[in-house]
Design a protein around this ligand. Sequence first.
Ligand code: PEP
Ligand code: MG
Length: 560
Amino acid sequence: MNLQGVGIGRGLALGPVLRMPDPLPEPSDASSGVTADEEKVRAAGALAATAADIRIRGQRAGGAAKDVLEAQAFMAEDPTLRDDVDTRIVAGKTAERAVFEAFAAFRDLLTSMGGYMGERATDLNDVSQRVVANLQGVSAPGVPNPDYPFVLVARDLAPADTALLDLDKVLALVTSDGGPTSHTAILAREKAIVAVVGAPDALQLADGVTVVVDATTGLVTASPTDDEISAARSTMAARAAAAVTPVGPGALADGTLVPLLANLGSVAGAADALAKGAEGVGLFRTEFLFLDSDRAPSVAEQQEKYTQLLTSFAGKKVVVRALDAGADKPLSFLNDEPEENPALGLRGLRALRANESILRDQLSALAAADAATEAELWVMAPMVSTVEETRYFTTLARELGLTTAGVMVEVPAAALLADRILADTDFASIGTNDLTQYTLAADRLLGSVASFQDPWHPAVLRLVGEVGRAGALLGKPVGICGEAAADPALAVVLVGLGATSLSMSPAALADVRAELSRFTLDQAKEFAEIALSANSAVEARVAVAAAASSLTNTTLTESE
Ligand code: PEP
Ligand code: MG
């Protein structure tokens, strides 16, 4: 069986499938026939064992995950919850049913409180499922943890699940849901996990079946033949050898420099980015530092993190984005009102403006870190849609001591007015993930509309071209920091549309660098025209591939 999905990056992996267990069914209300005292002992044992298990997993994961899991362990030990479980058992429920009902009641209470407490409610579901699984003697839900390497197959993963993956064990990730720009995909890219997302039939893969996961083609081959296995093995060996080859700066065949930068979500990623030849950072997602915080970070706390980041990139450009909270990356201290449609809500710069002291603290921490280090710091605002917002952010950043301030172009309105926006700021960075989501009206988290979430769409490219043209006219840099920059063929097109730098997950740098070096700026512009005149994303991709291969063939024939 072959499955088609959307590949993330260009990796290849081979290994046995292990599926993320399905959520447990609701425990039945039928009486177990044992005494209430026996049920109480069973429930207490399961709660304690679950707390211990969660705590061990937290210690193993370390970092932010440790705090999240420690908080979950406390939930399993909560005396009020335990009393409620006992009361329900005395009233005739089984231990499983009593746990299920007590946790559900507590969850509903937290949900009604909203804000930070409301967000913790879903953690209670996870703990409840683990306790019930323990009582029933079945595998707990969540990422499995066998003692051998495996290909993880799931409907989708929460960012916390992805962050906890043991990279020595998880050879690849295959999901039935999620688009190429979901944050699960972004984290997978950042961690260089071979991944295919949005493969509708993924859940039909049975545990233990061997699969080849090819992120370049988005193809998952189940039960491969011996020939397919040896082809996969030799490709993997060639890629491992290429990864350690020394690299130069990003440039086109005619010598036009196109700095290749890294997208990072943690300071820990710096060494890997530099090893892979990143010439700086084009997008530092600061919100990833504080996803689990229940309060706004202090200036001192932030200053320490930004100083570490800037120190790692001394002498290089580092573009730091102000907190981009909202939609699939809510920060409880910035997004405390539930919204029907959070992607169109108070997110990005809008949320920061509504909490200006948090924005001021962040910019002040960045300015202090900048003064103490040698990197070239640029700051930018997320989700800007108007000229007025551009002026607001740029003015505030300068007032707080930052020398280079710019805005992200992620909303079509900003792309359409790029000339006026760029006149009022220092640079633009195009976030093609959101720009595609808003241009095609396709939620970037939904597998069902993943086919619309394609930055090759000529409408998206036309908007990129608007920004590129404005940048060239005004002499202002225009970077790309969405996942589109990580697609080698599209990277060439984006340069042809006027992008002056490209930023991507470090794992993608080598392939993009190699592809850029094959073409001149004139050829890149030609590909851009070809893509712009297509009617669809698929047509654009195919037409550019054909033009690139005919150029390569002509060059080969001429040199023979
Ligand atoms: C984007 O939208 O393209 C972008 C880079 O920002 P994020 O993916 O973090 O929303
Ligand atoms: Mg974005």
